[in-house]
Design a protein around this ligand. Structure first.
Ligand SMILES: Cc1cc2nc3c(=O)[nH]c(=O)nc-3n(C[C@H](O)[C@H](O)[C@H](O)COP(=O)(O)OP(=O)(O)OC[C@H]3O[C@@H](n4cnc5c(N)ncnc54)[C@H](O)[C@@H]3O)c2cc1C
Length: 370
């Protein structure tokens, strides 16, 4: 049911706008409103907090279907669900959940996730933004980079250093309302893909955050970041899968229609083998993604499997989009056939929420530890 609903919505309302949103780097405000009406801005948020109360498999299916039409629109969806609602649902106390989850899940407010800094990329434990407790407020100072959705967001899950003497154990997480004085969002970066979603720097100068907005306890920040990314990676795997599926479907159709040497190009074994490899890789990535989501839904450990799903799906997505463009020949290189957009969009899935190299580290360490 969720796949049918999301596919209907994505095909009739999202796909027709995708090219224009990408070309004009236009935030899909209307589509975000529609996704909220369909319950997609808080897919896994319990119903008592205004969400749809669905499981991770349903969420992965929703992300895949939206990404199949427009990967940028999926960035907005993922940022709100995986990176804002999920840490509040998992680590928030009752007043925090009551205050912040309903507006996020209903699409009245948008969330973003401020972890990355100039000196803390893959090395996420090296966060330098400081938060000093003075009375009943933290005073926050620092800079964040590459924050998805920041231009439109209202609430930031912000990772800070509360103890300079300790590294990972010195990190904490704050829920920060972005209209607090001293909180500045920089301009939207020009980028290769997912162009309709914003990516901005954040500057925090003496931002006063109520101590009651501490998520979890002091020193829990690194753990919260890693747990959030564990499940977030399942969504990135689904996003990569959706992009790959779109590129494959377009290549399949094109191969049947394009006539060269008096026959469709699909009559050539070289093209058939490309299609076979693309479809097989997509199916493998889909099962890894479903398995990771299933483990999470059953309360089982899923860090390794989520990393495997993201690694495989993102690499498959780039492989498939490249082959799809090749099957389109010169037409694929133009903007008219959309595969160049899919290829540009696929590229980020190997980078954000942990690069492919970091996924390999996570996977290898999980075996070396056992
Ligand atoms: C469009 C976009 C949106 C983003 N959205 C967000 C967001 O919403 N919130 C947020 O907090 N961050 C966000 N990010 C940041 C993203 O998560 C980081 O870019 C990513 O984690 C990599 O960090 P880095 O760019 O500093 O690269 P670096 O860490 O500098 O890595 C550079 C290269 O070195 C490799 N490398 C680094 N360390 C190792 C190692 N130990 N072993 C092997 N190879 C290694 C990396 O794999 C990579 O190939 C976003 C980035 C982009 C581009």
């Amino acid at each position: 049911m969720i796949r049918d609903m999301c596919r209907d919505f994505a095909t009739s309302e999202v796909a027709p706008l995708a090219r224009e949103l990408d070309s004009n780097r236009r935030y899909p405000a209307h589509l975000v409103k529609r996704m909220a009406e369909l319950g997609l801005m808080g897919v896994c948020v319990p119903e008592e907090y205004g969400g749809a109360g669905m499981d991770t498999i349903s969420y992965a299916i929703a992300v895949e279907e939206i990404s199949r039409a427009c990967a940028s629109t999926a960035v907005v969806l993922i940022g709100n669900n995986s990176l804002a609602c999920s840490p509040i649902s998992s680590f928030g106390n009752e007043p925090q959940k009551k205050k912040y989850l309903p507006p996020l899940a209903k699409g009245e407010k948008l969330g973003c996730f401020g972890l990355t800094e100039p000196h803390a990329g893959s090395d996420a434990g090296n966060v330098q933004t400081t938060a000093k407790l003075e009375g009943d407020c933290y005073i926050v100072n620092g800079d964040k980079i590459f924050t998805s959705n920041a231009a439109e967001a209202h609430i930031c899950i912000l990772f800070v250093r509360t103890d300079r003497a300790r590294r990972r154990r010195g990190m904490s997480t704050l829920i920060v309302e972005m209209d607090t004085p001293g909180f500045t969002v920089g301009g939207n970066m020009e980028k290769l893909g997912v162009r309709a979603s914003s990516t901005c720097d954040l500057k925090l100068e003496n931002v006063k955050v109520p101590a009651e907005n501490l998520l979890g306890g002091e020193g829990d920040g690194y753990k919260i970041a890693m747990k959030t990314l564990d499940s977030g990676r399942i969504a990135i795997a689904a996003q990569a899968l959706g992009i790959a599926t779109a590129a494959f479907e377009k290549a399949l159709q094109f191969s049947k229609e394009r006539i060269q040497f008096g026959k469709p190009i699909s009559a050539n074994q070289a093209i058939q083998w490309m299609l076979a490899d693309m479809a097989t890789e997509i199916e493998a990535a889909r099962w890894l993604t479903c398995h990771a989501a299933w483990l999470k839904d059953h309360g089982r450990p899923c860090s390794r499997e989520a990393a495997m799903a993201k690694l495989k799906s993102s690499e498959v997505s780039n492989f498939v989009c490249n082959k799809a463009l090749q099957i389109h020949g010169g037409y694929g290189y133009t903007e008219d056939y959309h595969v160049e957009r899919h290829l540009r969009d696929a590229r980020i899935t190997e980078i954000y929420e942990g690069t492919s190299e970091i996924q390999r580290l996570v996977i290898a360490h999980s075996y070396l530890r056992d």
